[in-house]
Write a protein that binds this ligand. Sequence first.
Ligand code: UDP
Length: 380
Amino acid sequence: MSLTVLMNAGPWLSVPPPGYGGIENVVATLVPELRRLGVRVVLASVDSSTLPVDEKIAVFDDGQFHALQRPYNQVCGISQAHLGGVVRALHARDDIDLVHDHVEAVGLATLAAMGPQAPPVLHTLHWDLAKHPDLYGNLDGGDRVRVNGVSAAQLARAPRALREHSVGHVHLSTPLAVDADRRPRPDKGDYLIILGRINPGKGQDVGARLARRVGVPLVLAGPVGPYHRPQDLAAAGDEARQNPDVRFFYDEVAPHVDGDLVRWVGTVAGQERDDLLAGARASLFPLRWEEPGGTAVVESLALGTPVVATARGCLPELIEHGRTGLLTADEDELADLLLAASVLDGDECRREAATRFTPAVMARAYVGLYEQVRQTAARP
Ligand code: UDP
């Protein structure tokens, strides 16, 4: 196939990410499969990205994740500087057939504003947008931009302007889902895990209270705001509290973290992350937001760990209640489900991941969308 795609992963983390990184993990999963299918990939990211690609565009040497707690205008400044590099590249060349953009609203707005000089754009929505109807404003240049969701539930909640430009949804995948059904089966430990950013939407406070109620150890893994390790957060002092996730952690989660039954281990990566997830009795998602894509949900399945979750957002699309996990609409019922999770068969989870969520399945779906976008949003 002769197709060159500029994949815009943004300036926040390198690709693949050093640990936490939903969008960057998706890009790191998608790109090798696209290249296997013959797509040329120009990656717009930071210079420290190590993902093999045909070409790289970077404005920053390293990921700017640490700057996310800065004032909003500075955060926007970083986005704009990165996008400036993308726009300069697009002005300077005419071999890019399509931009696959992953950088929140500002990326799409900038590319749309380029007008007919820019190639068609497919923008993947990664967030729950129902609460942010203004984020995308009007899609100027909208005829050349299309969006896709990462779940049907997410798209259904998106503002109308986005739904009108939508070409459907593609579920997320993870490299872990390659041969998920053939991996060695680790022994299950007697603990639960919540893998993800510490954030009210992810509900670590609910999880910590539940774990204490049922007396099962709980591991919380993930960054608190820009802080990856407990010692970094401790060293940051009071200034760190400007970040809302840090405040949430101190006010709602930390009081339950006793270092014994409930532990916060910071960000985990690579084999350590995989072993921790594979060894858990269940992976817990006590969600308070409408989870849009749920990379960590798919990763749990791929590693043979059943999911116990509130049935919000994409969870009912990813999890079959009673087979690969247990879902409830009622937060109080989660405690019973946690105790029941051991009856679920981890092999069913692996089989599901190996069938529905492989990188190859995701890449084929995206190639189909690229064709659709090029046909309907071609350059004049
Ligand atoms: N993650 C990780 N280490 C951590 C916490 C998270 O590697 O300590 C990864 C996790 O495996 C997943 C991603 O970060 O690939 C989070 O993506 P998800 O879609 O679950 O959440 P969100 O994008 O909303 O943060």
